[in-house]
Write a protein that binds this ligand. Sequence first.
Ligand SMILES: NC(=O)c1ccc[n+]([C@@H]2O[C@H](COP(=O)([O-])OP(=O)(O)OC[C@H]3O[C@@H](n4cnc5c(N)ncnc54)[C@H](O)[C@@H]3O)[C@@H](O)[C@H]2O)c1
Length: 318
Amino acid sequence: MSKILITGACGQLGSELTAKLREIHGNDVVVATDISDPNPQMGDGPFEHLDVMKSGQINEILGKHQVSVIYHLAALLSASAEQKIDLAWDLNMGGLLNILKAARDNQIEKVFWPSSIAVFGPDAKKDGTPQNSPCNPTTVYGISKLAGEQWCAYFHRKFGVDVRSLRYPGLIGYKSLPGGGTTDYAVDIYHKAVQEESFSCFLERETRLPMMYMNDAVKATIDLMNAPAENITVRTSYNISAISFSPEEIADSIKKEFPDFEINYNPDHRQEIAASWPNSIDDARARRDWDWEPGYNLDQMTKEILENLPAFWDIKTV
Ligand SMILES: NC(=O)c1ccc[n+]([C@@H]2O[C@H](COP(=O)([O-])OP(=O)(O)OC[C@H]3O[C@@H](n4cnc5c(N)ncnc54)[C@H](O)[C@@H]3O)[C@@H](O)[C@H]2O)c1
């Protein structure tokens, strides 16, 4: 039976995507891989240690498990990448090229790779940023994602690799901790709220950014991969959008459930990254080509996270 392989499966997105794909296709069909050790959020199923910077390891595991579909998630995120620019480039670019070449050489049917709103940079229209906006990113992360988009389009055009991509906004989930992104505050804030502590925010009060609840991100990813190839008209990466909010607005949403919750603002180096990103995104092409529609607004997301986080903390502490 052919398998689905996920790289970076132990991360914030990978843990939840792995669990969902196992629920849909069966545990044995989904091979989770990472340089880190597996976690309970991913569910049961095959796991391999795989460093995506080592092409020999990739080819060996693809052959061993008869893989036909790859979700390539391993990367260094925006804030961490600014601290380690060499590693960010080697991992984000080298890892992607290794996967694209392996997909070409092993006749892989489909590849998913995430891009990011970090591709846009300060020259893009801030509100309703269009699909074909000027992209002049100011971070190494944004540069790596923009170059990655072009490599995906190239491998599709030149070698027929069916690689599909989304420009995720900030992803917010409660099942795993964030991995060094500029939107991490919007995950951390819920953890503080349920622990009844105040929250010190590393962005300014009114910094509005595009965001998405993890359930919507997982749904969008699977819907894109299930769409007929002839419907996919964007071979760089699709704009995708759900909600946009500022730290003040997410705090107000939390206060509807926890009226005593307090937030204060201590912006750090991540404010500069956030300031170069859009406020909101125009995702008309995703809606037209594969019927994308988000399921959660800010208050719905807040309610679901605050209901489920206490159980998460119990699981973590036993
Ligand atoms: N989380 C977000 O808000 C967000 C937004 C836009 C795009 N994305 C993209 O989605 C993808 C997943 O993001 P995430 O939030 O889950 O990241 P994360 O940092 O939580 O997880 C990344 C995973 O990659 C693994 N990894 C690191 N180096 C590796 C290597 N050499 N080989 C194999 N695995 C390695 C890490 O151990 C980690 O488990 C990334 O490509 C990221 O750029 C995420």
